[in-house]
Design a protein around this ligand. Structure first.
Ligand code: SR1
Ligand code: MG
Length: 405
């Protein structure tokens, strides 16, 4: 089938010509709505008298920037591969996939009717008591089981081969997370009240050196298959269930990158509520959730690890308990610290770069928004500068509270 960009009518005829989707939707009139509000793709909700599905198509340009910004639609191939892989490793957290078509750069999935995008829930001040439990199940399984701590050397390398060519989306992150927001760049989008603060950051040598270190880690540390863009817009949930969506940025990168992205987004919500709801209990819950994510992730990751005796890294008979204990301790510290560094980068980029987060950009009063942005930047700067030496979660929470006073 030749690639063509869909619209509502073309979606209708695509469905009618795709028996596996017709089985799910059944006969009867289809109602079709385009609802994508992300930066990259088009998303349709298709409803029949019997059922509802989601159909997502990648177009050969960056949606947020328009057709003048070409971007390979092959990104959908990586999203499909990642969703299929995560469905095997952590099926409870991936919506059912009904149909994929790499030639058309599209995927059709279960419509999650009682779930909302987590960012929306965070803006509305909804608490999700089981979220940390769910997301650490997903993170520990997906990160551990795609790494050299679990796979054989051959299996790890052949899995990497399936994602290594997701170069354009990795480059987006290299540019828009680690580079452009801290220099003069046309793509930047800055609150006028924060222009001078961004100018200062451009001359902050220590911050920029640290950012280069993080960028280098991102580019070169191929620990595990990452989602690659795990912000609260890539999660749909309700009080009982949590689903991870949109892994088009999937690639082999550092363990701490997805964790950092998630922590950054929870903290952006935390700072936003100084002006949004002013609900101190909600903010406390957000900090408790950050803490819980680190604690539960470490416990679950080690549970996976302790369950296996041989992998690409560890040959049978090489490591006694003392060797393994000492190595694991240092390893978990490395993940914790790098997660903090990446959280800092992910927070800072949202303040000045092309894509802000609605938690903050949605605050209409620019002075109030700048107050939130300054808190977010203060936390981000500490994280980026100090990530290599932050000893534990207590110290981390101390920094967040100190910088958001
Ligand atoms: C240029 S695209 C902007 C951002 O949208 C995605 O969600 C990624 O975070 C990317 O950096
Ligand atoms: Mg996305």
């Amino acid at each position: 089938m030749e690639y063509t960009i869909l619209d509502n009518e073309k979606v209708r005829s695509y469905i009618h010509n795709t028996p596996e989707l017709m089985v799910i939707l059944g006969d009867g009139e289809l109602s079709i709505r385009e609802v994508g509000d992300g930066n990259l793709n088009y998303v349709y909700i298709i409803e029949s008298p019997k059922n509802k599905i989601i159909l997502k198509q990648a177009v050969p340009y960056l949606r947020i920037a328009g057709e003048g910004w070409p971007l390979s639609r092959e990104r959908m191939n990586y999203e499909i591969r990642a969703l299929e892989y995560f469905s095997e490793i952590a099926p409870a957290f991936i919506p059912t996939i009904y149909h994929t078509n790499e030639a058309m750069s599209l995927i059709a999935m279960r419509f999650l009717d009682s779930h909302i995008i987590m960012r929306r829930g965070m803006i509305e001040g909804i608490r999700y008591p089981d979220f940390a439990e769910h997301i650490t199940d997903f993170l520990a399984a997906s990160l551990f089981k795609s790494s050299s701590l679990y796979l054989s050397s051959e299996a790890k390398r052949s899995l990497m081969d399936r994602f290594n060519t997701n170069t354009q989306l990795c480059k987006i992150t290299e540019d828009f997370v680690f580079t452009f927001p801290y220099m003069e760049h046309d793509s930047n989008n800055i609150n006028p009240k924060m222009q001078s603060v961004q100018k200062e950051l451009q001359n902050d040598t220590e911050f920029k050196v640290q950012m280069l270190k993080l960028k280098y880690l991102f580019m070169n540390q191929s620990d595990a298959l990452l989602h690659g863009d795990l912000h609260t817009g890539s999660i749909m949930l309700n009080g009982d269930e949590t689903y991870v969506i949109d892994p088009e940025f999937a690639f082999f990168g550092p363990f701490g990158f997805d964790i950092g992205a998630l922590i950054a987004n929870l903290l952006q919500s935390y700072v936003s509520h100084f002006e949004r709801s002013k609900d101190r209990d909600l903010q406390e819950w957000l900090l408790e959730t950050v803490e819980e994510i680190f604690v539960k992730f470490e416990t679950k990751f080690l549970e996976h690890w302790n369950g296996i005796r041989e992998s690409a890294l560890l040959a049978q008979g090489y490591a006694d308990e003392a060797v393994l204990d000492s190595f694991q301790k240092q390893f978990m510290e490395m993940i914790f610290r790098q997660s903090i560094g990446f959280a800092g980068a992910k927070m800072a980029r949202r303040l000045f770069g092309i894509a802000g987060v609605e938690d903050i950009t949605g605050i209409e009063d620019l002075d109030a928004r700048a107050r939130v942005e300054k808190k977010s930047l203060a936390i981000a700067k500490r994280f980026v500068r100090e990530y290599e030496k932050i000893a534990n979660i207590k110290e981390l929470i101390g920094i967040i509270k100190e910088e958001s006073k």
